[in-house]
Design a protein. Structure first.
Length: 138
């Protein structure tokens, strides 16, 4: 019955954000995702927005959660690592992202112990997003 039989599939990763509009803009305008849906839950005092590269019924997406009334930034913790996106021509992608104001704490270049070229960018809340150049994998 496990994953081998096709009973499971990755659906989404959820992250909590401080400014939902700013986060939606980052993921849609800078990273080219689509806002798939946005729902308010007044009873729970939160809003969820789902962004991704394809429909939720077939693609893994990112759930952005805004808890209403929160004023203090979230502690990102030490357990969460990063989201990862595959790109083509990481140098051109990073150059374009930098021109649009993206923070790039780890500029593009080869991995320390490999040939794959990677970079790390940060979203408005400081979550790390690894960019992996698909042309250099292997």
């Amino acid at each position: 019955m496990g994953a081998a039989s096709g009973n499971f599939r990755m659906m989404h990763t959820m992250i909590r954000v401080m400014d939902l509009d700013k986060s939606i803009k980052f993921y849609t305008e800078l990273l080219g995702m689509t806002l798939l849906r946005r729902d308010d839950y007044p009873g729970g005092k939160f809003t969820n927005a789902f962004v991704g590269y394809g429909p939720e019924d077939t693609e893994c997406v990112v759930e952005l959660t805004l808890n209403w009334g929160r004023e203090e930034p979230y502690d990102l913790g030490t357990g969460f690592g990063h989201l990862a996106l595959g790109v083509r021509d990481i140098y051109a992608v990073c150059s374009a992202l930098e021109k649009q104001g993206a923070k790039i704490p780890r500029p593009p270049g080869p991995m320390l112990h490999g040939t794959t070229h990677i970079a790390f960018i940060e979203d408005p809340d400081g979550y790390k997003i690894e960019l992996i150049d698909l042309n250099t994998m292997g």
